[in-house]
Design a protein around this ligand. Structure first.
Ligand SMILES: Nc1ncnc2c1ncn2[C@@H]1O[C@H](COP(=O)(O)OP(=O)(O)OP(=O)(O)O)[C@@H](O)[C@H]1O
Length: 662
């Protein structure tokens, strides 16, 4: 049952409300005995503490509730509840007109007969009105808490008092208005800042509410207090700086977060800074830009941690260690695949708000090694062949801007090259259980070159037994559920345990492929509605391997069309195979003086005669909520569903891009 910590009457947009601050803890973990509980319960309105017992505030369960006391229902968009963690700031100010004192008293003295609580309302109000100025009274339920609370109350009160009234302490309070700014999460994907003005009857009651709310805010441990932001002024055609200054920085300031800003002067500036400078004073690092800037911070933090922990990153079997700091991403680039994958949208304001309230998401990072050692960390996508060739060619056409990617793509499509390659795959142990009937697979595998389990695939991937099972039996249907906030699959321990104890099944493939792609994130962007791999999970220790075999040009065009419009059913194409894997070794076989394809990792060209990619479960902590799906979307477990899962995102892409540009 909810337990009320504080209750008062206020006046919002011409209506009267009862504001309650309450704890809705399902486990009711206050640890109080039943006698003490009685005075906290929902219906005991006689209990009107002047100050909140701060020890009882549970950040994740504490909420503000607004109950309309008017007789008529009004539609003034006041939220019924606001979670404590969604408060941005609370200010006490002077109202323009001071009509409320009279109105408030009158209204409460003529309660509505229909409302069973009106008598209680009256008594609360009377209680408040009869004790103006009694801001030092402490109402607590346990002796121990009283001592603690008094101590905390003393320091916080002086602090907020000086903030509220810097000139003259308690003498000239003429403020009956409390202004609350909060995060509106009614649209779970796109968050907004909203504000409420609560007019209280007396200055003292307003001051008391102001103090109590700020006390609550001060105990939110998951929130960052000091951040270091790296802004790439060139990102997304040069709009990063204005997005940062106009949209993002003011919100950080509203939330009283100190942000130190560095405008990058060259490529790798941010990465070098993170590796070499002192960053211990910060609660997180922010990049304002695109996926390239995120990659810089990701490399900086992971390499710094590896150095501090004296880890040999060149060893392909290395287990990387998760850094203590979180990374936040303010999208201002041209693709923003990481932000799309982790918040569902590339909206700078949503991302800033998720940073402020301290949302956390643990994501997998993969290491990329070649025959000489460590090459890069991969956060989004590694490609060999078609997409690598596009990056290679477009690098020579930088003067054309983003258009160069479309042109290079067109040229590569006309060229229509495939590359002979050998792959050694360590399958995800979770998905091995979900095996397709070989009969079912036949229709889609007709054009396949035969795959084989081999006995000598231990060159880079070691310690794994080889299976004698026909590989057709092991072509699997990965779990087709979207990764989302509090994703069950990512929370499972199996995968990480199996890394240590079990050994994965290995499969060796050999064939000609137009493109080989490893996806650690869906890679949704303005040009790809669902991304190439919509069902990949962000924190389960696996990534998706998508192979497009040599085929007619029209078949490849079909693949590209599906990537752009509906990546959910991409593996139904006869020339496409998809695996959920933990590790893969890709070895191009170059004979007769033919050219090998190009490699690209997170949009950067890399080199290697053979490349090993290995997933590290939840190796990085970022400020993001994960995608919050609605119930209907959560139940969507099959790729053939016709529901448009990201309908809202699709519609808003254009709009948000325009907003960001302006
Ligand atoms: N001042 C700078 N001058 C030149 N290059 C920079 C500078 N600062 C950062 N960079 C480099 O620019 C690259 C691209 O930046 P970023 O990813 O932010 O933008 P983008 O390319 O527009 O977006 P996306 O990667 O999403 O397509 C980064 O890899 C980074 O190393």
């Amino acid at each position: 049952m909810p337990s009320i910590l504080y209750s008062t009457i206020c006046y919002i947009k011409d209506d009267f409300y009862r504001l309650r601050i309450y704890v809705d803890d399902p486990n009711d973990c206050f640890g109080r005995d039943s006698k003490e509980d009685d005075q906290f319960k929902n219906d005991s309105f006689e209990f009107t503490p002047t100050n909140i017992p701060i020890d009882y505030v549970k950040p994740s369960f504490t909420r503000l509730n607004f109950q309309l006391l008017n007789e008529k229902n009004t539609n003034n968009n006041i939220p019924e509840t606001i979670t404590l963690n969604h408060l941005l700031n609370v200010q006490q100010t002077t109202p323009l007109s001071r009509k409320s004192n009279k109105n408030l008293t009158q209204s409460v003295q003529t309660p509505s007969p229909e409302r069973s609580t009106d008598r209680n309302t009256n008594s609360i109000c009377t209680s408040i009105l009869s004790q103006p100025g009694d801001t030092t009274q402490t109402t607590l339920t346990s002796n121990n808490s009283e001592v603690l609370f008094k101590h905390k109350q003393f320091s916080f009160r002086s602090f907020f008092s000086s903030l509220s009234n810097p000139n003259s302490g308690f003498t000239s309070l003429l403020k009956t208005l409390v202004k609350i700014k909060y995060v509106d999460v009614s649209n779970s994907i796109q968050w907004k800042v909203k504000s409420l003005e609560l007019e209280l009857d007396t200055e003292d009651v307003a001051y008391e509410l102001y103090l109590n709310l700020n006390l609550c805010l001060s105990i939110l441990k998951q929130r960052p207090h000091r951040l270091l932001a790296f802004v790439n002024p060139l990102s997304g055609k040069g709009r990063a700086q204005s997005i940062y200054l106009k949209k993002v920085l003011p919100i950080f300031q509203e939330a009283n977060i100190i942000v130190d800003t560095i405008y990058t002067e060259r490529a790798n500036h941010a990465q070098e800074y993170v590796i070499n400078e002192i960053i211990d004073d910060y609660d997180g690092l922010i990049c304002v830009g695109g996926d390239g800037m995120f990659a810089e911070l990701c490399h900086g933090l992971l390499l710094r941690t590896a150095r501090d922990e004296q880890i040999n990153i060149d060893n392909p079997r290395v287990d990387i260690i998760r850094p203590n700091l979180r990374i936040g991403i303010i999208p201002a680039g041209s693709t923003d695949a990481v932000v799309f994958g982790t918040t569902g949208l590339n909206d700078p304001i949503t991302s800033a708000l998720q940073i402020i309230v301290g949302e956390s998401l643990l994501i997998d990072i993969t290491t990329v090694h070649n025959e000489n050692g460590f090459v890069r960390f991969m956060a989004t996508m590694l490609a060999y062949g078609f997409f690598g060739d596009i990056i290679h060619q477009s690098d020579n056409w930088r003067c054309l801007g983003p258009l160069r990617y479309d042109l290079a793509g067109f040229c590569q499509f006309l060229r229509h090259t495939s590359y002979h390659s050998e792959l050694t795959i360590a399958l995800s142990t979770n998905d091995q259980l979900e095996i397709c009937d070989p009969q079912e697979m036949k229709s889609t595998k007709i054009e396949n070159e035969p795959s084989s389990i081999v006995s000598d695939c231990q060159q880079l991937i070691t310690n794994s037994p080889l299976s004698e099972v026909n590989p057709m039996n092991k072509l699997m249907t990965p779990n087709l559920s979207f990764c989302r906030r509090n994703c069950d699959r990512c929370a499972e321990q199996n995968e990480i345990d199996s890394h240590k104890n079990n050994v994965p099944l290995q499969v060796k493939l050999d064939g000609r492929y137009t493109t080989i792609n490893c996806l650690n994130m869906p890679c949704r962007c303005a040009k790809s509605k669902y991304g190439m791999s919509p069902f990949v999970h962000l924190g389960d220790g696996t990534f998706d391997l998508i192979l497009v075999k040599r085929s007619w040009r029209t078949s490849f065009l079909r693949f590209l069309w599906q990537v752009a419009n509906d990546g959910r059913s991409i593996e139904d194409l006869p020339n496409v195979e998809k695996y959920r894997v933990r590790e893969v070794l890709i070895r191009p076989i170059v004979k007769d003086g033919k050219q090998a394809g190009n490699w690209a990792c997170d949009g950067e060209l890399i080199n290697g005669n053979e490349i090993q990619i290995r997933a590290h479960r939840q190796a990085l902590n970022i400020f993001a909520s994960g995608i919050q799906l609605k119930e209907k979307q959560i139940n969507l477990n099959t790729k053939n569903e016709t529901i448009n899962c990201f309908h809202c995102l699709r519609c808003k892409n254009g709009k948000i891009a325009q907003e960001s540009n302006s």
